[in-house]
Design a protein around this ligand. Structure first.
Ligand SMILES: [Zn+2]
Ligand SMILES: [Zn+2]
Ligand SMILES: [Zn+2]
Ligand SMILES: [Zn+2]
Length: 412
């Protein structure tokens, strides 16, 4: 879609200096700045299974090792495994490659939940090491916690054990300073010889995808159904004021937004309306652009071509325009051509077509780019919007701000 609309040809400069296409950018209504994925914070909003859309809480997801217990994928072709019932017992079958759980020598089960998966043989040892490291961490942090006054148990040492307080203190002290019994060093196991590996090897080689899906399964073992990995839905925050920029509506299946602050709704959308013809050195070529206002406010904008060392020279003067908002433009008759001139090719609703003249030099031909600066002011709706959502103080609302955006057009 982005290739069809040629979004990839036009990049806007983010506040942090990176160049991104307009659909990839956000706009913070508190800071009045453009934000990209690199200068915004993302946090997990909901964790859910992409197959059955069941949401899980973070501790629950951790317990399930971030895999859904109900949904399984085919280990052969990664398609969905569906359950088949036979004699009141069910097994899993892939409709695509006909792989079934019976191929993996798995007995039929009463339900499709909790199908076995390959466990790490060193899981217990790993858990022991993690618990040991946690105990060490507690000991290391104990002096710091004491300074901060987090643990008050230490201050109760002098109490006599008249009311059983000492026992309680001891108990808490033990919690704070856990016993550290060093765990045994992991005994190295002998690596299997090449002959051993070749002996158990099946004739059919596994593809890389199959190995990645079940990295713990050896070649001699049969593949088991792959549990579907859970996914996280993110919400985006501004990195400066920490206000939410994008938040999805409640519920996993919804596609609506509770809060959406995409740059398209606040920055004029500029696109190439015609493909660029062949550029010739010293000859004037035309660049046809369309500017669309998708914001709630009429925009008073100035478009200034920028000249620089690495950019193509543009002979057009700065263009001043007033772009109505889509709402106010609804009442106007559609398809009216007005204000036509050498520069303005068409004007329709909230969209204006422009023609810019560029004169390429020899150095431009390898990678011709045209830099533009748009300065625009709105009628205060951006801040009004913010005020209604209690983002700005009432006295700050209604203030016209001059906003600007720099964009780079790839003329290749
Ligand atoms: Zn950025
Ligand atoms: Zn699921
Ligand atoms: Zn399959
Ligand atoms: Zn902000």
């Amino acid at each position: 879609m982005s290739a069809l609309l040629q979004y990839n040809k036009i990049k806007y400069e983010c506040t942090c200096g990176k160049w991104r296409t307009l659909p990839d950018l956000f706009f913070c209504r508190q800071c009045f700045k453009i934000k990209c994925d690199d200068c915004s914070c993302r946090e997990i909003d909901v964790i859910f299974c992409p197959r059955c859309l069941e949401p899980s809480s973070p501790p629950d997801a951790r317990l399930k090792k971030h895999r859904c217990t109900n949904c399984n994928d085919c280990p052969n072709c990664a398609n969905v495994l569906s359950a088949r019932t036979e004699n009141e017992k069910c097994y899993l079958l892939c409709q695509h490659c006909r792989w079934s759980s019976r191929d993996a020598n798995q007995e039929d089960r009463d339900n499709i939940r909790s199908w076995p998966s390959k466990e790490n043989p060193f899981a217990n040892e790993l858990n022991e090491v993690t618990a040991y490291m946690k105990r060490l961490e507690k000991i290391e942090n104990a002096p710091k916690d004491l300074k901060k006054g987090k643990s008050k148990a230490w201050s109760a040492f002098h109490l006599k054990d008249k009311f059983g307080v000492q026992q309680m203190v001891e108990k808490r002290r033990k919690q704070l300073v856990p016993e550290v019994n060093p765990i045994d060093v992991h005994a190295p196991t002998e690596a299997p010889t090449l002959e051993d590996e070749m002996k158990g090897r099946s004739d059919v080689l596994r593809t890389l995808d199959q190995v990645i899906m079940q990295p713990l399964t050896n070649l001699s073992e049969s593949l088991l159904p792959v549990k579907v990995a859970l996914q996280g839905r993110v919400l985006v925050r501004c990195d400066e004021c920490e206000r939410t920029l994008v938040k999805r509506d409640f519920g996993v299946a919804t596609y609506k937004f509770k809060i959406s602050s995409f740059a398209r709704e606040f920055v004029p959308d500029i696109r190439l309306s015609r493909p660029i013809g062949e550029l010739k050195v010293g000859q004037t070529s035309h660049v046809l652009l369309s500017i669309t206002n998708l914001s709630l406010s009429p925009l008073d904008l100035t478009l200034t071509p920028q000249s620089g060392e690495r950019t193509i020279q543009c002979s057009s003067d700065p263009i001043k325009l007033v772009l109505p908002s889509p709402k106010s433009a609804d009442s106007a008759a559609p398809g009216v051509h007005a204000e036509q001139s050498d520069v303005i090719v068409f004007r329709q609703h909230n969209r204006v077509g422009l023609r810019l003249d560029v004169i390429p030099s020899e150095s431009d031909l390898s990678s011709p780019v045209l830099d533009l600066l748009i300065t625009y002011s709105q009628d205060g709706s951006f801040s009004h919007l913010a005020a209604s959502e209690k983002i700005l103080k009432p006295e700050e609302s209604g203030v016209d701000r001059i906003l600007s955006a720099r964009l780079r057009i790839d003329l290749n």
